[in-house]
Structure formats: C-alpha cells, structure tokens
Design a protein around this ligand. Sequence first.
Ligand SMILES: Nc1c(C(=O)O)ncn1[C@@H]1O[C@H](COP(=O)(O)O)[C@@H](O)[C@H]1O
Length: 178
Amino acid sequence: MSNSAPGPLVGIVMGSDSDWPVMEAAAQALTEFEISYEVDVVSAHRMPREMIAYGERADARGLKVIIAGAGGAAHLPGMLASVTPLPVIGVPVPLKYLDGMDSLLSIVQMPAGVPVATVSVAGARNAGLLAARILATQDAELTARMREFQEELNHQATEKGKRLRAKVESTGSFGFGK
Ligand SMILES: Nc1c(C(=O)O)ncn1[C@@H]1O[C@H](COP(=O)(O)O)[C@@H](O)[C@H]1O
C-alpha cells in the first residue's frame, strides 16, 4: 500500500508514558528539523498484540524510521525490529535501579539479522538526530540543514574553547614551568 496522504515520517514509541521525560528529546530534535512524527505508548510486554500490529503496519502507514525507547527489560525496540523492515533506533531509558545498564544491554545485544541502532543511555536527542540523518539521505534540503546544524555545533565548541582559555588565562597559570 502506498502512502498518498502526508502522514508522520517517524514513529516515536515507548514502553510507558513514564519514559516521556527522556524520550521527548527525540521529538524536540525532529521538531528542530521540521520532521513530522507521531508519539505513542507501545509495550511489547504489556500489549504484545498491539505492538506487533504497530510494527507490521508501520512502513505501509508511511513511517520511514521508528525510534523506540524502553527501560529495564527493554525488549520493545528489538521486537519492533523483528516485524518491520524499517530502521529502528533504540533508546535505553534509565530507571531507578542499575543506572540504565539493564535497558542498554537489553537493547544493544541483538542477535545477528535483527539490527537495532542503539544510542546511549537516555540518548533520545541523538536518536532524533540519527532519524533526521536517515531521512536526509533521500532529501537534499534536509542534508543541507544537517550540515548547517553541524557547522553550528562546531561554532559552539569553538566558543567553548575560547571561553575556557580566557578563564584559565585570567586565573593565572597553574601548570609546570611558568
Ligand atoms: N521495557 C518495557 C516494555 C517493553 O520492552 O515492552 N514495556 C514497558 N517497559 C518499561 O517499563 C518501565 C516502567 O514502566 P511503568 O512506569 O509504566 O511502570 C518503562 O521504562 C517502560 O519502558
């Protein structure tokens, strides 16, 4: 089925609404690049049939990338990747215990054949930016905007260096040999 109506290009899904404070950074990044997205709770553990349906229909609905965040026994990204041909980006959401290591390892250690591009613990902003880069491979305007974004990052880092050097120079040298 082709997608004639312009729907969202990115699906941002998570195991629970409690993941939203972490996951909203993905939505924010997509908003900055004016990329349409949808947001929903889709849990592999708590609503397996709906999760399978979401994954199976995602590409026919016109989605191009899925960003899936989950915490703890975070099986959602991998399970979605098993039923969709779309690229899936996994976001390990840190919970109260184990500092997100449980989420990270649950998502990153996928068996060969079922890829999930895993970002850092709570790295939802990078998930959004990676989705933008994937879409940019088919969109010259988006590629140009990504280049601008990267130039701005470079500028900000350069300014940070300037500020640090000025700060250290104003407090005097604390190194050897001066
Ligand atoms: N890891 C999963 C899955 C899943 O992978 O299917 N479904 C919910 N969860 C996670 O459970 C945590 C606690 O959820 P609640 O706050 O609803 O108790 C959340 O981080 C969610 O992603």
